[in-house]
Design a protein around this ligand. Sequence first.
Ligand SMILES: Cc1ncc(COP(=O)(O)O)c(C=O)c1O
Length: 396
Amino acid sequence: MSVWQSSLKAAMSHLDQSGMIRSLKVRESPNAPVVTLNGQEKLAFCSNDYLGLSYHPELIAALNEGTKLYGTGSGASSLISGHTSIHAELELRLASIQSLHIPNVGASYISTGFMANIAVITALATLGNISIYSDALNHASIIDAIRLAKASSQATCFVYQHANYEELHQLLTMDPNPLKLIVSDGVFSMDGDIVDLPQLLVISKEFDALLYIDDAHGFGVLGNSGHGILEHFNIQANNLIYMGTLGKSAGIAGAFVVAEQAWIDWLIQKARAIIYSTAPPPNLAFALLKSIDLITGDEGALRRKQLNSLIEYWTTHARFTKWQAVLSQTAIQPLIIGSNLDVLKVSEQLSKANLWVPAIRPPTVPVNTGRLRIALNALHETTHLEMLIDRLKAIQ
Ligand SMILES: Cc1ncc(COP(=O)(O)O)c(C=O)c1O
């Protein structure tokens, strides 16, 4: 056995012993409340397709039409030749959605949310030795973006305890650096809580800091028209960069950054994740325009209403003697089980009852807070939640 092979074997067996092995599950059907897994039908609570749009007939038709009109691939990075009229149209639309909240607004459409976080944070760090303030529960892609900003520029990072704005304030008070950036998830991906954006905005203004909000789990579902967290809190800000994703509630793929046009221009100069990567496929941009019509129109409103009634049902009825249900106002409803082995066991027992709720373990969540991340979507029905709650009560 080579040194590489024995190192790999030892590392895998270490993961195995600590209940940390991850394995892919192959889904054989489209995203829906009931999916097929290994030939068996399961009621699923694990998709971020919160509005249930990823198999919508109008989006399927739009993707087909977009493919006929623009082809399957963009062929090059945006700055070379990959930026088409449909990319530009989508960006205009995405910018106009947030125009009530951000002045002189522009947008950039990027392949994924992970890349968008890398793009924005590393591009901002090229402006000098910046200080980055990051919530302890921010998404892995923000953490990696900050790591890259520290390595490639000379950024310094301060992590404040989750939603502890007093601590954030204190850290900012002690920092003589004029270039301060506060970064936070809008909806925290593993807890489902919503950031206190009005408070964060007050703090950012006090310290002349720039605010970067990752609204991956808010765009499409928060706000009356589904515009996301800025609409939810009715925010107007000129020191804010907003990132939304398009593979979750929008049901397709990709992400976008919206900010004052000057920031978008800076991304085009300095964001290596944009400059050196093939532009997203144009057919996706075409279908995304349709998805935005659905999100912001009557159908989106109806789907949000159904989702909100499911959230209300869950938060009223999910009570367990052994486990703590972390009740949130969003589609993400965690049930904290504890150790890796325990959460794996509960997930497995649910699976035997044809309920699919994956076990979420460290490093995605803190040690000993292994959890079921129950994700609701607008296509679920109350009876689905009843089934899950009954089964969990029987298992506990
Ligand atoms: C908060 C947050 N930001 C960014 C991302 C990455 O987005 P994408 O899946 O489009 O890469 C995720 C993905 O789950 C997320 O939860």
